[in-house]
Ligand binder design. Sequence first.
Ligand code: GLV
Ligand code: MN
Ligand code: MN
Length: 425
Amino acid sequence: MPDDSTATAPAASEGASAAAATALERADALAACTEDPARLTRRFATPALAQAGDLVLGWMRDAGMTAGRDAIGNVAGRWEPPGLPAGAPTLMFGSHLDTVRDAGRYDGMLGVLVALAVVESMRERSGPPFALEVLGFADEEGVRYGTAYLGSSVVAGTFDRSALDRRDADGIAMADALAAFGGDPAALETARRDPADLLGYVEVHIEQGPVLEAEDLPVGVVTGIAGQTRAEVVFTGAAAHAGTVPMALRRDALAGAAEWIGAVEARGRAVDGLVATVGEATVAPGASNVIPGRVALSLDVRHFDDALRDASVADLRARAEEVAGARGLHAAWTEVQATGAVTCSPGLARALETAVEDTGVRVVRLPSGAGHDAAVMARICDVAMLFVRCAGGVSHNPAEAVTAADVAVAIDVVRGLVDTLARAR
Ligand code: GLV
Ligand code: MN
Ligand code: MN
């Protein structure tokens, strides 16, 4: 829930304050769209995601936008100011509507809701000489299929079709899940955007870190997004009786996996700026009196320097084979995804800084260790990102919180950005 206790007195307009209150009510409504009533979990192509998308589509249409779903299930709304000439470009806004397990209610959703608030505010004013679009991506977190940025990669035309064969934990192929969701695996190309039509992509997102809070600032301008590699590593040994097989004769997959996880952590600690995480482990057969025969692990490695990240990933792969070899195990490695680091576009970021300054807020620039759809959209257009302070820097956690006052500043900043870009054309 929003918590106003830490708010810096911001310079938000009255209209933005009312719009921020609406945005937070909408975030609460979206948080009720969950696969699990006890906690917010909303993965790709689930009924919960459909429900959330329907809410957003309704708000978009109420705002006078033309809105619908594309072939991968992203929701997209478009608003053209009256009299917009044919061939005028489009400024895109967006973020994602899927969540991690036991998520907060602002990671992703805030970017969609702030953009929607800005479009709603445009109705009372003369429009810019470009169209505005708001995208609610169907999957950024990659929880269901391990592949991050599904929605934006289809829009950017970087989607790897082999991912359609990936299966979720219940054995459902992505192509089948997408078809059941109302998407069209055979028509993904239709969701691809032509870079020639785009003025840029702007994403508002909670910071997910503590810098803005420490600086006592409501918003900050993002300089770039760390690159990330995701991989699956499977250690296979031999399941056997826990009471009868002597320690020296075991091929314990979990003991090998544990040794390797230690190496992952050590690598992350040893390389400045590197973060390396094993976030999932599936142990089979999974009984207290059975030596584990198979362990599947996820790996997530990030750095702002792609060469350093690649070198670390290669070392960790070699280390997995070394650990397996010494223990009579087999290590299988599958790279699920690699996305390079991205620098936000200087021109668009500068325009965003101007908009921040215009609200009377000191400009702070900060990098993003978290992944964002902007990292993929950067392949086809200029991108910029605005971070909004979140309480304690906490994210990927139900305790995620923002203040209405900070969200109001973000709305004013984005409105100011539209005005700045309109003046420049
Ligand atoms: C998304 O939140 C990510 O950074 O993995
Ligand atoms: Mn996230
Ligand atoms: Mn996010």
